[in-house]
Write a protein that binds this ligand. Sequence first.
Ligand code: TRP
Length: 374
Amino acid sequence: MAKIILTADRPTGRLHLGHYVGSLRRRVELQNSGQFERIFIMIADAQALTDNADNPEKVRQNVIEVALDYLSVGLDPSLSTLFIQSQIPELCELAFYYMNLVTVQRLQRNPTVKAEIQMRGFAENTVEGDTAQKQGIPVGFFTYPVSQAADITAFRATTVPAGEDQEPMIELAREIVHKFNSVYGPTLVEPEILLPDNAACLRLPGTDGKAKMSKSLGNCIYLSDTNEEVKKKVMGMYTDPDHLRIEDPGKVEGNTVFTYLDAFCRPEHFSQYLPEYGSLEELKAHYRRGGLGDVKVKKLLIAILNETLDPIRERRHYFEGRIEEVYTMLEEGSARAREAAAATLADIRRAMKIDYFDDKELIASQAKSYANRE
Ligand code: TRP
């Protein structure tokens, strides 16, 4: 079976290092590996609108930012199809059919959506007092996991490189595929999530040490941050609050600077930047023992991050001067994506028996049955 990738990001802001180690870096490697028959990378503007209905301008402005981030990390439109979700109407159609295969109760159990409801401050239940004070949950937002199952299956994706928070979505997509195939006959492909292989990349904490990089917490390092911004953010980063003097023993676990090193450091970085240590393990051991100051470790991280980001910044600068071409690329990508989705939808309509005008047999047999009644 052909191996096909689909993955996406919501255009609600620029992409940051959490996106990079959680998925973007992997996508580029997979793209360049040549193992996949097709790669679809989607800007999920329709999904972004499910909880930004009153802020269309934000979504609109961030489509280009995400596209620039994609191009700058090395996604290549000649190898990957980059496109915009809202330009593929087949996805809405498919989501509407899938809604019949999923219960409200099943959707209520989605832990990622639950956490997002909390974070957005939506009213959680239908008690009068609650809904009077808080905004209720938009139906589109509540059902976005169903729409995401449509995104994935419309392209017959086998592989979805994504972060841990997307696991419940892929699980639901698999359930929908099972249900669909058992009701309508084998039609859809079951997708698998591809998670980052290292714990630091699975969930990169914010610069403040909080569980996740998030724009609303202001704890992100963006792919488009300048050298100076990266330096300032790393210098202000959360470390071990009990590591007061250099000679004190320090904790590496939960120390954000070390978590970032776990995510970004390669063995050759030591000979390049800190030749007195042979590996990250040696550096950690020294920190634990005491005698190694935060500033020295932070300086290493700054060097590594800027080395990683320099080529990304350079490509971003190049594409920032070619915005019209980037839109043309997205338009062409959307046209190609639409063709692929339309082909799957034709199979789905046939399986669901809603292909009335193409089913000559249906028409002929009904005509015959009426003719026989004469
Ligand atoms: N939910 C994803 C996010 O918030 C975005 C997304 C939309 C997605 N459709 C997708 C991810 C399909 C993977 C596959 O980042």
